[in-house]
Design a protein around this ligand. Structure first.
Ligand code: MG
Length: 163
């Protein structure tokens, strides 16, 4: 394992959207008549952040650690998966300096939920809200996001070695 003082990680996730599914983003349930199609709660943002945490230490990805073919992970809260990824990071002597994420969703507007998402993510990772940046954009009516067929999220995280 690296002893570098810093490690950077990137994560990406994408989910299809369908009517009648629940829309949970950043651990926050958003009222909507459509939501993500997934075996888990389909929290695209937490999946991207979890993959960024694993990626920073070259630990693989959440699909490998928590396969949706395993009944143990069916319907599991993504906050739980995020906490497990964070534990793997801490076990290896690193802590999160900051994370920065972007959600790409056509509708509904997520701005009213952004601070709730930030504080939920910060609490799950034992961070201050100032260490958690969350941005959102639309697909500008283009592509799968613009057509409302799906949602995706990007996340970057910087880890520092605990002294
Ligand atoms: Mg996912």
């Amino acid at each position: 394992m690296s002893t570098a003082p810093f490690r950077i990680g990137y994560g990406y996730d994408i989910h299809r959207l369908a009517e009648g599914e629940s829309l949970i983003i950043g651990g926050v349930s958003i009222p909507s008549n459509f939501g993500t199609v997934a075996h888990s709660d389909g929290d695209v943002l937490l999946h991207a952040i979890s993959d960024a945490l694993l990626g920073a230490l070259a630990l693989g990805d959440i699909g490998e650690h928590f396969p949706d073919t395993d009944p143990a992970w069916r319907g599991v809260s993504s906050l739980d998966l995020l906490a497990r990824c964070h534990a793997m990071v801490r076990e290896r002597g690193y802590e999160i300096a900051n994370l920065d994420a972007t959600l790409v969703l056509e509708r509904p507007k997520v701005l009213p939920y952004r601070d709730a998402m930030r504080s939920t993510i910060a609490a799950a990772l034992e961070l201050d809200s100032g260490q958690v940046s969350l941005k959102a954009t639309t697909g500008e009516a283009m592509g799968f996001v613009g057509r409302g067929e799906g949602v995706d999220a990007h996340a970057m995280v910087l880890l520092t070695k605990r002294s």
